[in-house]
Design a protein around this ligand. Structure first.
Ligand code: ZN
Length: 340
């Protein structure tokens, strides 16, 4: 995707940020793998909003404000259950001012997941006189209000409150090793790339991998276990995770569970010996691939997973080569029956 070819408006300026960050909390930002790598976090958020505009929302939520008394200084805000306005619910009473009403609407739905819904605010019960509309997000509720207006509303007790993460952008989790609170904007980042700032564990990835390995272990099937190890190593390398990042619990020092599983594989055993003649013959007879190259790739794999070398593109290529070669070898052995 070429950045020059994509145009979208930047994020509107806000008098107050209801979401503390676009990224997340308690994590190491440089480890994150973005879904839109061509953009910085703010641009990525703006781009995501451009894909989820109010106009595209499939559902509508209708409100109207009814001025009260002779002076009309206050208004009752009503939510319409149906488009004819026969059934209504009072949301609350506030100043007869669309800014105050928008804050009331947002606060009244704080903590809810409303990503596919747009709000529409009308001056009349028939919903013909539209005052404003938008998405359920901080930008559409707040960007039309300036700072001094927000301050003056605050003196009347009208201020944004509650959880305004209406898009459910942030996925909170407690780290399975140190217990720290972590959250990530999973619309913008791969959750498996989240590293806990406190202990360097990967809370989301670890939970998924160890749950998967627990299930496989329960099957007591050697072939399935071998497959699971290869799958796990591929999964880890996709998000640049080392053994020490993928701990089962605080007792699993340095990620021993997965490291020991890796050590039990033929790839790791080949590295341990000066050269495994049996494997060399299996590989070269069944696939025609060069054993020296395979061994060099295993070595590269080991260095990345143990943290001796940081993950780079060449490590991923090497890991992919090793895992696919072993898979191919298995298939060839099964189909030709050679050297079983
Ligand atoms: Zn932690």
């Amino acid at each position: 995707m070429n950045q020059q070819l994509i145009s979208f408006p930047p994020l509107p300026q806000l008098p107050v940020q209801m979401l503390s960050s676009y990224v997340g909390t308690g994590l190491i930002e440089r480890d994150l793998i973005p879904r839109y790598p061509q953009f910085n976090p703010e641009q990525a958020m703006a781009y995501w909003r451009s894909l989820h505009t109010a106009e595209r929302a499939p559902f509508r939520c209708l409100f109207w404000m009814e001025p009260q008394g002779k002076t009309g200084k206050t208004a009752i805000v009503r939510f319409l259950y149906d488009f004819e306005g026969k059934r209504q619910q009072v949301v609350g009473k506030t100043l007869n001012d669309p800014d105050a009403v928008k804050l009331l609407i947002a606060n009244s739905r704080a903590g809810s997941f409303l990503t596919s819904i747009r709000w529409e605010l009308y001056a009349d019960r028939q919903c013909e006189d539209l005052i404003d509309m938008g998405r359920y997000d901080q930008w559409d509720f707040l960007s039309g209000i300036d700072e001094s207006k927000l301050e003056s509303l605050k003196t009347r007790g009208i201020t944004p409150t509650g959880n305004w993460d209406f898009d459910n952008m942030f996925w909170p989790k407690n780290c399975n090793v140190c217990g720290a609170s972590v959250s990530v904007n999973f619309h913008l980042y791969n959750i498996d790339s989240v590293t806990c700032q406190k202990c360097a564990n990967r809370p989301y990835l670890s939970s998924s991998i160890h749950r998967y390995l627990d299930d496989v272990e329960g099957m007591n099937d050697l072939e399935m276990t071998e497959y699971a190890i290869r799958h796990t190593l591929g999964w880890m390398s996709d998000v640049n995770a080392k053994f020490g990042n993928v701990r089962r619990s605080i007792e699993d020092i340095g990620g021993e569970r997965i490291e020991n599983l890796w050590k039990s594989t033929p790839m790791a055993r080949i590295l341990g010996s000066a050269g495994d003649d049996r494997f060399r013959s299996l590989l070269e007879t069944n696939t025609g691939l060069d054993f020296g190259m395979f061994k060099a790739c295993c070595d590269k794999m080991q260095k990345a997973l143990s943290g001796a070398e940081p993950f780079r593109e060449e490590h991923k290529i090497a890991i992919d080569f090793v895992l696919r070669t072993v898979e191919l070898l298995r298939v060839r052995q099964l189909t030709t029956g050679e050297h079983k």
